[in-house]
Design a protein around this ligand. Structure first.
Ligand SMILES: Cc1ncc(COP(=O)(O)O)c(C=O)c1O
Length: 375
């Protein structure tokens, strides 16, 4: 279909930008020997898994359904999973469909030992907490915050790793450059050195903004090579954002223009609460294409009845009219994986902008997607 046939609201994912990101990640894999996994929690648009699977080594999951999705849609690639706690009745399936399973505590590891022992072909790792925070301000995204439940602290590690454990995992970053990773690894190396000698693979988690302009890709390659050579380890990275960074937009329509005292407010058919929850959760103001800092300011808000469902205040190039389209940038990640139908809002269409310029309607949702989650 053509661009003007796209209905609003729609997430539009660009195949070209995805491939550009994947080429950078493939370069890192080839130059460093690292294996890179897609963290599905950020981006699970399985229509493009065949493309992603051509470049990356596999996926990582945060729950049984993500693991099942990867098993079904990215066949032949690695399937890793980490959950802070696993349900007993999910373990058989997890061990059948995943090749790497990560545990968050010694008690979880011990609880599931019978299943672990039955599946000796599946590699097992422990998540550690390096207790080294590299970010300020976003405590909910900091796995090293003082009361974090994520990862085993050094004081709680066993003296020697159980024979079933052949890997370690840490995830401590969020939208960060190479420097914080480098510092974190030096802490891990100092405090967990004895354990590095007992394992075969290490997973450095996600949060690496590898595809962002200015990221020190060569520094990362050097670090991975060092870890592989010094400790003889297979090294994994599991970014989510970096795979689909800047690869998607959310296109929306102006439905009404209301006078709200200070400035005018545009009522849009897209919602921060429903379609881009990170805008309220982080919180942050998403980029708007055709934003003009010097233009007249408008408050962009949603048609839900949540008073705080406001996306932000933006200057616009020209005075908007009802029916105009506005497009938010960087909307592939942590958007469609987190959306919801609060207020009975329809979910946006999912559209793929193909490399040949055509637009493919990948998925259109309807009333049943709302009703079937209720009873
Ligand atoms: C364990 C783990 N791995 C990977 C990721 C992906 O992080 P990002 O999308 O920031 O790269 C996350 C994000 O929260 C995570 O918790």
């Amino acid at each position: 279909m053509r661009y003007d046939e796209i209905r609003t609201p729609s997430y539009i994912v660009s195949e070209k930008t995805l491939r550009k990101n994947l080429e950078i990640l493939k370069y890192v894999e080839e130059a460093s020997g690292a294996r890179i996994l897609l963290a599905q929690k950020a981006f699970s648009m399985f229509r493009v898994y065949p493309l992603i699977g051509k470049y990356l080594s596999g996926t990582t999951s945060s729950g049984i359904f993500e693991a099942r999705l990867a098993h079904e849609e990215m066949k032949g690639r690695e399937n890793h999973v980490f959950e802070p706690a696993y349900k007993d009745d999910e373990m058989e399936e997890i061990f059948k469909i995943c090749d790497h399973v990560y545990f968050n505590s010694m008690s979880q590891f011990e609880r599931h030992l019978p299943v672990i022992r039955k599946h000796s072909d599946v590699k097992v790792a422990l998540r550690i907490n390096p207790e080294f925070s590299t970010q300020e301000g976003h405590e909910i995204y900091d796995p090293c915050s003082p009361s974090s439940r994520l990862g085993i602290r050094l004081k709680d590690m066993p003296e020697k790793l159980p024979s079933e454990v052949t890997g370690l995992h840490f995830h401590t970053l969020c939208e960060q450059g190479f420097e914080p990773l480098c510092k974190t690894f030096s802490i891990v190396e100092k405090n967990f050195k004895e354990y590095l000698k007992q394992i075969k693979f290490i997973n450095l988690g996600g949060g690496h903004h590898i595809t962002k302009e200015g990221y020190d890709v060569e520094g990362l390659i050097k670090l991975v090579r060092y870890i592989r050579q010094e400790y003889g380890l297979e090294v994994y990275l599991e970014p989510g954002e970096a795979i689909a960074l800047d690869a998607g937009t959310l296109v929306t329509e102006v439905m009404d223009i209301v006078d709200t005292g200070d400035i005018k407010t545009l009522i849009l058919d897209a919602s921060a609460a429903c379609h881009m929850p990170d805008v309220l959760e982080m919180p942050y103001t998403p980029p708007l294409i055709d934003y003009d800092d010097d233009g007249v300011k408008y408050r962009l808000a949603s048609r839900t009845c949540l008073a705080g469902d406001v996306i932000g205040v933006y200057g616009l190039k020209k005075a908007p009219s009802v029916g105009d389209r506005l497009t938010f940038g960087d909307m592939a990640i942590y958007s469609m994986v987190k959306n919801n139908t609060f207020n009975g809002m329809p979910l946006p269409d999912i559209v793929l902008e193909k490399e040949d310029g055509d637009f493919e309607l990948v998925r259109r949702f309807d009333y049943s997607d709302f009703k079937e989650r209720l009873s």
